[in-house]
Design a protein around this ligand. Structure first.
Ligand code: C2E
Ligand code: MG
Ligand code: MG
Length: 759
């Protein structure tokens, strides 16, 4: 662009220069013409006029001399003839001058008159008898005639002078025009020089910029090539050759390394509206990204290459990570989502089994994250072993759950599959220790509606809800989602959030259920049973909120509060002078695993001042089975302090008599399930009898739970059960009611003792 402008400026200057030169030449010519006419015409004219004046003066003098006879008539005539010839020759020349020829006729006339006068004077003097009067008169006329001739000559001189003046001013005008033109041209040249200078600087700068830009491809770490119109390589930057070296190619192999169908792409950039095309191609194991651009101005192509192998691999790895779980190699929940969506599009019959290994929390707490992950991987591979790839797929869902998605499946088949999964679980080894792992399974059926996202979400949510129900009821089972469950799940969720503040807001209360010695009817102790007085819902049973508290971890602060409150109340009664009772507090598995239970118990006992022998802790079989060794250690420490330990709900869990023997327990509580149908149910009677007998063998006390009637009491008394807890004696009582019960029992006993004493 600047070059074009410079060229235009140059052409303009040339054109103006030619025009100015032509004009100056023209003006010079006219000045020259004026000079010429001045030199060749005007100056000679003045000369001639002078000459003419001289000839006239000569003639006048000749006439005077003739009159005075100082000259002869012959001389006069010869002289006069010569003068006349000179005179008319001069007059002819004067007539040739354009500026003065208009006055020549008058001059001729005056000369002719002078001539006549000369003739007359000569004739008068030539006769013998000279008429002197006439001669004098004629001579006197000579001067006026000469003056007339002078006047005529003066007019001619004046005309000549005026013509000279005109020529002078004409020359002056031409010269000043020339000067103006030259000045204008100089100014123009000056302006153009500035303009050209500006563009020259711009061009120089552009040149520098281009040089700088040309360094870019040179230093570009990626290959950059310039191809001619027919695709031949016109330039390749150093990085191109570096890449060739890397690919073990020589410089002559440049074409081998360019994409095979490059010409097609070149043609495309040429014809398409978009002159840039990007595509990828492979060369051996390398993936190269190629960008081709067509530069229409230069009719050439630029090819930019980039070795994107590493990036592609990283992308693939990322994509794998996004859709697969690296530990198990199973597709993850995002894959699951995609698969559900695609099933949704074809409206296939779809069931989803949410599978959660039971006791994952315990494994984590006991064996750490690495072992837990290994354990989950083992479970996943076990689950994956029996997969029917044609109609089902296993996914890892979150951290500790798996999902089995089954296509073309009915709920009945899904149940069969769940049963089969449960039955194939075998113990797994963690750190060379055998660990029995069971599963909780929730099953849901896909319900198709218009909103794919919502349907997919609901399917997973329903299966999770069913799975949670299974987990809450002890695991190692499966459940199918139904509407009731959804209601329960949402209530559970609200309950969990309310429960957070229950301890701080003082919404928990303790009830005490007496434990009676059946033979004497004496109150031996009581079990502390927690209640939640919800500000809106009123009293909530522990059966409802304890599982929620366990799931959320809130059981630890709740359990600590129960322990503290039970001990405080018992100590208060003892300080009031009442005979000591042993208060039983229920522990949860989470409290056992919390790690600071022992410190908590010590703290509470120290704080409340309750004697250790007045505290009993109830644990369940399942809590012990999880990590027998660890729990035995903890229980032994508790037991060594003199705190009693009771095994609650005995007979309902994974009873292991072998473990029972090793536990540092003092008491076994026969679960209500074995009591409620006695004495009618002979099997239950037999079980109760067996538990009592076994406990006696192991030197343990027995407590029968849920004793509601006299028959049950009589039976238990007869088989040797030590303590009775149940509605027969009393329901769980509020503090004041329990105190009343306590005092009544005391007075009844003292009356009995007194009666006995007097008897
Ligand atoms: P549990 O420890 O086996 O407590 C005995 C349950 O049986 C109590 O139910 C009690 O009210 C009930 N019961 C006692 N005698 C009879 C009877 O004759 N007939 C019938 N039908 N039921 C009787 P509750 O208070 O609803 O407690 C239920 C369970 O909640 C307890 O079972 C215990 O596992 C748990 N729980 C209660 N309080 C706490 C606590 O403070 N901490 C923990 N971790 N769990 C608690
Ligand atoms: Mg209990
Ligand atoms: Mg119980």
């Amino acid at each position: 662009m600047p070059q074009r402008r410079i060229w235009l400026a140059f052409l303009f200057v040339m054109a103006v220069g030619v025009a100015v030169s032509a004009r100056i030449i023209y003006l010079g010519d006219s000045v020259q013409a004026v000079n010429h006419s001045f030199i060749s015409e005007k100056l000679p004219l003045s000369q001639r006029i002078g000459e003419l004046r001289g000839v006239i003066a000569d003639e006048e003098r000749s006439l005077y001399e003739l009159y005075s006879f100082t000259t002869s008539k012959e001389v006069f005539q010869t002289q006069r003839k010569l003068d006349k010839q000179r005179l008319y020759a001069l007059v002819d020349k004067l007539e040739a001058d354009r500026s003065s020829n208009m006055y020549v006729p008058d001059l001729r006339k005056r000369l002719w008159e002078f001539d006549q006068l000369s003739d007359s004077l000569y004739s008068t003097l030539a006769v013998a008898d000279v008429d002197w009067d006439k001669s004098r008169m004629l001579l006197a006329s000579v001067k006026p005639k000469v003056r007339q001739i002078e006047a005529a000559l003066g007019a001619i001189t004046m005309a000549n002078r005026m013509a000279v003046n005109d020529l002078g001013s004409e020359t002056q005008q031409s010269v000043s025009t020339m000067v103006r033109w030259v000045i204008c041209f100089s100014v123009l040249i000056f302006g153009i020089a500035g303009f050209v200078g500006y563009y020259v600087v711009a061009i120089v700068r552009e040149g520098l910029e281009r040089r700088r830009l040309s360094m870019f491809p040179e230093r570009d770490p990626n290959p950059v090539l310039r191809l001619g119109v027919s695709g031949e390589v016109a330039y390749a930057n150093p990085a191109t050759f570096d890449l060739l070296d890397k690919l073990n190619l020589t410089r002559t192999d440049l074409n081998k390394f360019l994409p095979a169908h490059l010409h097609q792409y070149l043609a495309k950039t040429n014809s398409s509206i978009n002159p840039n095309i990007q595509f990828e191609y492979t060369h051996g194991e390398h993936i190269l990204e190629c960008t081709v651009s067509y530069l229409a101005d230069f009719s050439e192509y630029h090819v930019y290459l980039k070795d994107v192998t590493a990036r592609k691999q990283a992308e693939e790895a990322l994509a794998y990570k996004a859709f697969f779980d690296p530990a198990t190699g199973l597709p993850n929940q995002y894959s699951l989502r995609e698969d559900i969506f695609s099933a949704h599009r074809t409206k296939q019959l779809l069931t989803l089994l949410m599978i959660v290994p039971d006791r994952e929390q315990e494994v984590l707490e006991n064996f750490g994250t690495v072992n837990t992950e290994r354990w989950l991987v083992k479970i996943s591979s076990r689950l994956n072993d029996g997969i029917n790839a044609e109609k089902e797929k296993l996914y890892r869902f979150g951290n500790s759950a798996f999902v089995l998605l089954r296509w073309y499946d009915s709920l009945t088949d899904a149940q069969d599959r769940a049963r089969q999964l449960l039955s194939t679980q075998r113990p797994l080894h963690i750190e060379r220790r055998e660990y029995f792992s069971t599963l909780s399974i929730g099953i849901a059926l896909m319900e198709y509606g218009n909103d794919m996202e919502m349907n997919a979400e609901a399917l997973v949510q329903h299966a999770a809800s069913a799975c949670n129900r299974t987990r809450r009821s002890g695991g190692n089972d499966f459940a199918i989602y139904d509407e009731q469950m959804a209601l329960l799940a949402s209530r559970t969720l609200t309950m969990a959030s309310d429960l957070h503040n229950a301890v701080e807001n003082g919404e928990l209360r303790l009830l005490y259920q007496p434990k009676i010695e059946p033979v004497s009817g004496r109150l031996l102790g009581m079990e502390a049973l927690v209640r939640w007085i919800h500000p809106e819902r009123g009293m909530i049973s522990p059966i409802e909120f304890i599982p929620v508290a366990e799931d959320t971890g809130l059981i630890v602060p709740i359990g600590n509060w129960v322990l503290r409150e039970a001990c405080r109340q018992n100590a208060e009664w003892q300080r009031a002078g009442l005979p000591p009772l042993r208060v039983a507090v229920n522990l949860s598995a989470r409290q056992l695993r919390a790690g600071n239970l022992l410190a908590e118990i010590d703290g509470v006992l120290a704080e409340t001042g309750l004697p250790v022998s007045s505290l009993e802790l109830e644990i369940t079989e399942s809590m012990v089975m999880d990590d027998p060794e660890g729990v035995i250690k903890l229980l032994s420490a508790i037991h060594e302090r003199g705190i009693h330990l009771a095994l609650d709900d005995f007979g309902t869990g994974h009873s292991s008599l072998a473990y029972l023997k090793r536990f540092p327990i003092d008491c076994v509580k026969i679960d209500r399930a074995f009591i409620k149908d006695t004495p009618a149910n002979a099997d239950d009677v037999a079980i109760a009898r067996m538990i009592v007998a076994m406990a006696q063998t192991l030197n343990l006390h027995t407590v029968a739970e849920g004793v509601e009637n006299i028959e049950q009491l009589e039976l238990l008394k007869s088989i040797g059960c030590d303590q009775i807890q149940g509605f027969y004696y009393s329901r769980p009582l509020a503090v004041d009611d329990f105190l009343e019960f306590y005092l009544q029992n005391l007075s009844a006993k003292s009356i009995a003792l007194e009666t006995e004493h007097y008897a």
